[in-house]
Design a protein around this ligand. Structure first.
Ligand SMILES: [Ca+2]
Ligand SMILES: [Ca+2]
Length: 151
């Protein structure tokens, strides 16, 4: 890429000195070529980014699109904080950019969070799950684990 640019700059310089009637047409062609090259470079960077995103998702998903279960916190002393932002920080590259689903269950059981009748501050694919002890009738959240769906 750098070499191509150098050649083009050199050509532009020569054409500028030639000052023929065709010079402006040649210049236009060169400018177009330059724009094409820059466009190519940008496209190839986009492709690389797309590839990296795919790899991140491939690593995170099981055979069926779910990540593994995350359990980073315990209800004591104040809350069970299973927020997506925390999971991302602690597990770099393991969760895709836009999870479209979330499942939460009482850790080590098959009891879905939705069946505990506890109140959650956050519970969505882009937030994760946050349960505060103070919000519960019995003063204590269950210990939850969550996983994300990466389409
Ligand atoms: Ca409880
Ligand atoms: Ca937990």
């Amino acid at each position: 890429m750098a070499l191509k640019l150098l050649l083009i700059v050199g050509l532009v310089f020569l054409v500028g000195r030639a000052a023929t009637a065709d010079a402006s047409a040649v210049m236009e062609n060169l400018v177009e070529t330059l724009e094409d090259l820059v466009g190519e470079e940008e496209r190839s960077m986009d492709e690389q980014q797309g590839l990296a995103d795919n790899l991140v998702q491939e690593e995170a998903r099981g055979s069926d699109g779910w990540t593994h279960w995350f359990d980073r916190d315990n209800p004591l002393p104040t809350a069970d904080n299973e927020a997506l932002c925390e999971h991302r920080i602690e597990n770099p590259g393991e969760i895709c950019r836009h999870p479209s689903g979330i499942q939460a269950r009482v850790k080590g059981s098959n009891t879905p969070a939705t069946q505990t009748s506890e109140y959650f501050v956050k519970f969505s694919p882009l937030d994760g799950l946050v349960c505060r002890d103070a919000h519960q009738l019995d003063g204590r959240c269950e210990d939850y684990e969550v996983r994300y769906w990466c389409p």
